[in-house]
Write a new protein. Structure first.
Length: 202
C-alpha cells in the first residue's frame, strides 16, 4: 500500500463526513437505528464510546416516512410544558402534520445512548421534509436506506401481472401477503370484466 493510499484512508477515517439518506418509504424505527450508528461513528474503525467521532447525516423526504401497523392512529407522543396540568399528547398523525421531521427526530433521539454526547450527536442530524436542502456541496456520499424499497403496482410490467401466480419474482418484491391477495383479486376482476366485454361484443 502506497503512502497516498494510506493517507487517503487515514483522512476518510478521521474526517467528519457528510452523508445523504433518503427517508422516502423507509420504516421509522429501522431508519432511526441506522442513523444512530452513523451519528455515533460506529461505522469507523476508530470508534470508542467515549469519543465523538460521528459524522453529519442529511435526511430528506421525511414527510414520506412509514410507520407500520396502526401506529399512525394509536402511537402517542407526550411532552410536558412545565406548568401544572401541562401534559400534552399527540397521535403520530397529528404530530406529523404539525412537523414532518419530528417523528424521525424523536426516534433517533431515543435510539442514542443517554449521556452528554447525545445533544452533540443530534446537532449533526439535519432533517428536511422534502428533497431540497442547503448542504449539497458538503455531501460526501449518498447512503441506501436499511429497508429495501417495495416495488409499486404501477412499476410492474403487464407480463409480470399476467403471470403473477407463476412469477417467483413478485413473491420477493412484495413482502406483504395481504397486498399480494389484493393484486390477485384485482387481476381476477379484470379478467372477468374482459370476458364479459368480449361476450357482449361478439
Amino acid at each position: 500500500m502506497t503512502f497516498l493510499n494510506r493517507a487517503n484512508q487515514s483522512f476518510l477515517t478521521h474526517a467528519r463526513l457528510w452523508y445523504l439518506v433518503d427517508a422516502k418509504d423507509q420504516i421509522n424505527g429501522r431508519l432511526a437505528a441506522y442513523l444512530g450508528q452513523i451519528l455515533q461513528g460506529k461505522t469507523k474503525p476508530i470508534y470508542h464510546h467515549q469519543d465523538d467521532v460521528g459524522d453529519h447525516v442529511v435526511v430528506i423526504n421525511t414527510r414520506h416516512i412509514i410507520l407500520t401497523g396502526s401506529k399512525w392512529k394509536k402511537k402517542l407522543y407526550r411532552h410536558h410544558t412545565g406548568y401544572p396540568g401541562g401534559l400534552k399528547a399527540f397521535t403520530a398523525r397529528d404530530l406529523h402534520e404539525r412537523d414532518a421531521t419530528r417523528i424521525l427526530w424523536r426516534a433517533v433521539y431515543g435510539m442514542l445512548p443517554k449521556n452528554n454526547l447525545r445533544p452533540i450527536w443530534m446537532k449533526r442530524l439535519h432533517l428536511f421534509e422534502e428533497s431540497e436542502h442547503p448542504f449539497a456541496e458538503n455531501i460526501f456520499a449518498k447512503l441506501e436506506g436499511p429497508a429495501p424499497l417495495p416495488k409499486r403496482l404501477e412499476e410492474f410490467t403487464l407480463e409480470e401481472i399476467e403471470n403473477y401466480p407463476n412469477q417467483p419474482i413478485l413473491v420477493d418484491l412484495i413482502p406483504n401477503l395481504k397486498f399480494m391477495m389484493r393484486v390477485d383479486s384485482f387481476i381476477k376482476t379484470c379478467n372477468k370484466e374482459m370476458e364479459e366485454f368480449e361476450k357482449k361484443v361478439n
